[in-house]
Design a protein around this ligand. Structure first.
Ligand code: ATR
Length: 281
């Protein structure tokens, strides 16, 4: 019998994670005798949990709120980009060492590349709303991909200024209310704030200044069509919702744990959309 490889997602709370649905779909699709489970881990139990990771038979896993920064401090980080981010969302073993990496920024870029194939990050002028953890991981990767200029508008200006100190002068911090001023010179607009999420206030920004070729992306995926995306579609702009990033960020972890690089397909999207909309296929 082939031993079952086991991976997990840890968080507190963890009930709402869609990662088991996603990885479960791929395990079945590729006929892999593996498991992927939710494991609730209280912040005070995190250290013990990580020490016992291998003993539980786990080959790796994902990390979600509120553990991304705490796990970063307790595992080995081998890639310079993750070292700069200070947070990890993916755990894996290299020999006997438990390592952490961040795949969120990768997931964002892969999602845009899949959904808007003619968009190129090289030389792009990007405007990002928000300066939290998600914004950080996206900035790190799009700079590596060659973005020319990244304007970051945030409610707390100091957080956007910190991103400039961490990532360099291509990052231009600005006050939240000034975002509309830079829209005429924007090729890609990204919302990384929680505005527009179910239960939160909508994101209200006038998109009139965006050029016709601009792409508008929201990393929020509940609901799938946020007020920002509705406004962009009303202007006939190309849009990318947050589901693509969710699916693509899972690819590198699955490949490390189970040995196959999984594909992001319309079937997978349909499964997650149905779950988000509370339907069963
Ligand atoms: P994440 O890891 O998902 O990025 P986060 O680090 O909590 O989460 O960041 C949330 C982002 O949403 C921040 O940019 C936050 O702005 P502040 O840094 O000023 O807190 C932004 N945000 C949340 N609620 C907001 C609101 N009502 N108006 C504007 N921005 C908001």
């Amino acid at each position: 019998m082939i031993a079952k490889r086991q991976a997990c997602v840890i968080g507190w709370p963890i009930d709402h994670s869609r990662s088991p649905l996603l990885h479960g779909f791929w395990l079945e699709k590729y006929g892999i005798p593996g498991r992927y489970d939710r494991i609730p881990v209280r912040p005070e139990d995190l250290s013990d949990f990580l020490h016992g990771f291998r003993a539980r038979g786990l080959v790796g896993g994902n990390v979600t709120l509120p553990h991304k920064e705490a796990v970063f401090r307790q595992v080995t980080v081998r890639d310079p980009l993750t070292a700069k981010l200070g947070a990890v969302n993916t755990l894996y073993f290299e020999d006997d060492t438990l390592c952490g990496t961040s795949t969120d920024g990768y997931g964002f870029v892969a999602s845009i590349e899949q959904e808007v194939p003619d968009f190129t990050f090289s030389g792009a002028r990007v405007t990002i709303l928000g300066a939290g953890g998600a914004s950080r991981s996206i900035i790190g990767v799009i700079l590596e991909a060659g973005a020319q200029k990244i304007s970051v508008a945030n409610r707390s200006l100091a957080r956007a200024e910190q991103l400039r100190s961490d990532f360099g002068p291509q990052v231009i911090p600005m006050e939240w209310g000034r975002a509309e001023d830079v829209l005429p010179g924007t090729d890609l607009l990204v919302n990384t704030t929680s505005l527009g999420m179910a239960g939160k206030a909508p994101l209200t920004i006038d998109l009139a200044g965006l050029p016709g070729h601009a792409v508008v992306s929201d990393i929020v995926y509940v609901p799938l069509t946020t007020p920002l995306l509705t406004a962009a579609r009303a202007r006939n702009l190309r849009t990318v919702d947050g589901l693509g990033m969710l699916m693509h960020q899972a690819v590198p972890g699955f490949e490390r744990w189970f040995g196959i690089r999984p594909e992001v397909t319309p079937e997978l999207r349909a499964l997650l959309e149905a779950d988000i909309e509370g339907r069963r296929l």
